[in-house]
Design a protein around this ligand. Structure first.
Ligand code: PA5
Length: 478
């Protein structure tokens, strides 16, 4: 691996500390080492399932190879991003779900928290927005702050059939046309190589749109490390080679089938054991505002991948646990009371940061008020880290399972590691549960019902069925 030095990479290694999951810390509330050891064969099977099927497009496992097979694509992305940065004042992603959560998360993780408010000379790139809803108020708000003719729109949709994304596209295309803009000058498509509606639109324009491929074997929620995430990141000046190198590094750290050697397999095994104990809530609590939106991205990855009605044998399993987003320290003042004293139904995963992006001294003052005076002379980093440790400790003392993902610092390389680890963890957990991690039949049903309600051709019978559903009874409306 040619990214920086071996020493640097090992200093930047992301690790998992699961002491507070185990009975040595938690007594009867913890997992016994023998219990973890007895999962050895099953964990090895899950590891082998993922290892043997790596890169298989028909199984939607193309994501495992993204750290390795994109040299030409990365070069194209970097060249395109350079042009976009020169030419445009704004960059807007139109997409939803797997086509949006990754770009938003990476933006939040690796750019200034008030990036859009910075002067252009400090930003260095265009203002950045991701529209992942069809709330008209939000769309109008976007239109109020951008100049469409000075905006590059990146429409990200594998199918080109997602109502939300295509609604946004229709609105933007109409505005651009009315302003006399040639659509391919201001719009980039990230989509399937040859199928889908964006390809049809491109064909109608004689193939003039700049296009990036969302590879066949990569599903939306596993797509951050392909052009879906890499193009927006590159436009923002993020080190995308570093992200991919971080993913490859984590892949190498997860190359053994042992829960004591492979951090993603360890997390999957812990989550699986706690699922079998009926712990149905999986909280992700980063102690960093930059990592706040990792929790949104992870919620989709976990929920859509593992929330499944049946297993591979067709047996009804209603698998999955409910992912919950939480932010340290903010949510210590809203959720942690419940985590410490409420039902024993949760596993808390902390993400801790060893070195924050900047340091902030707490000045001395109010020395005569002990509640305040003791803070002076410390730093904010010390405070946030102390609160993180203290919360993990308090949970442990209350017999509550928690483990910590440690990030030496937040940079492209460590973010790449974290993403790949969470993806592998999800894949291993799906394999442990013997379910299809990569489909989403539940979401498809909702999409079809929306088509029916809006009168889309081909959905007449579903519309008729919805129209004849039992009348809603007034007595249940208060
Ligand atoms: O993870 C997924 O597959 C979904 O969240 C999709 O990304 C989302 O539905 C958007 O689909 P598309 O890219 O086809 O517009």
């Amino acid at each position: 691996m040619g990214y920086k030095t071996k020493e640097w990479r090992s200093e930047m290694r992301v690790t998992v500390d699961f002491n507070y999951m185990m009975s040595e810390s938690l007594g009867k509330n913890g997992i016994k080492k023998s219990e973890l050891n007895s999962l050895k064969d099953k964990a090895e099977d899950a590891f082998n399932y993922v290892a043997l099927n790596r890169g298989k497009d028909d199984l939607y496992m193309g994501w495992t190879e993204l750290p390795y097979n994109q040299d030409a694509i990365v070069a194209d992305i970097l060249a395109t991003a350079k042009e976009v940065r020169k030419k445009f004042k704004y960059f807007v992603v139109l997409g939803i779900g797997g086509s949006a959560l990754g770009p938003i998360m990476a933006f939040n993780a690796l750019k200034h928290l008030h990036y859009n408010e910075l002067p252009q000379k400090d930003r260095g790139g265009p203002k950045f927005y991701v529209e992942d809803n069809v709330d008209p108020v939000r769309m109008q708000a976007l239109l109020d702050v951008i100049e469409p003719e000075k905006t590059c729109f990146n429409v990200i949709s594998k199918s080109g059939a997602t109502s939300e994304t295509m609604t946004q596209y229709l609105i933007i295309a109409d505005i651009l046309k009315k302003k006399g803009v040639n659509l391919p000058d201001n719009i980039i498509f990230t989509t399937d190589a040859s199928r889908g509606n964006l390809i049809k639109i491109d064909n109608a324009f004689g193939g003039k749109f700049k296009k990036f491929v969302l590879p066949d074997g990569v599903g939306g929620r596993f797509s951050e490390l392909c052009p879906v995430g890499l193009l927006p990141a590159a436009v923002l000046g993020i080190d995308i080679k570093g992200m991919l190198a971080g993913a490859a590094y984590m892949d190498s750290l997860c190359s053994r089938p042992s829960v004591y050697k492979n951090p993603a397999l360890a997390c999957a095994a812990l989550q699986y054991i706690t699922m079998t104990q009926g712990k149905n809530i999986n909280v992700l609590m980063p102690y960093s505002d930059n990592l706040k939106l990792i929790a949104d991205w992870y919620c989709q990855l976990w929920a859509e991948s593992l929330g499944k009605a049946v297993d591979f044998k067709g047996k009804v399993v209603n698998a999955g646990t409910t992912p919950v987003k939480s932010l340290g320290v903010t949510d210590q003042h809203s959720q942690v009371q419940l985590y410490i004293e409420g039902p024993f139904d949760k596993v808390i995963t902390f993400i801790s940061v060893e070195k924050y992006g900047c340091e902030m001294k707490i000045p001395h003052g109010c020395e005569d008020i002990p509640d305040v005076g003791f803070l002076g002379g410390h730093t904010m980093q010390e405070l946030i880290q102390a609160e993180n440790k203290a919360t993990a400790y308090a949970l442990m003392r209350a017999g509550r399972m928690n483990y910590t993902i440690n990030m030496p610092e937040i940079n492209a390389f460590t973010l790449g590691q974290l993403l790949f680890m969470l993806e592998l963890q999800t894949a291993y957990t799906g394999a442990l549960l013997n379910i299809d991690t990569y489909n989403q039949p539940g979401v498809e049903n909702g999409k079809k019902a929306t088509f029916a309600l809006l009168g889309k051709k081909g959905y007449e019978s579903q519309k008729a069925e919805m129209d004849t559903a039992p009348e809603l009874d007034d007595k249940y409306i208060v």
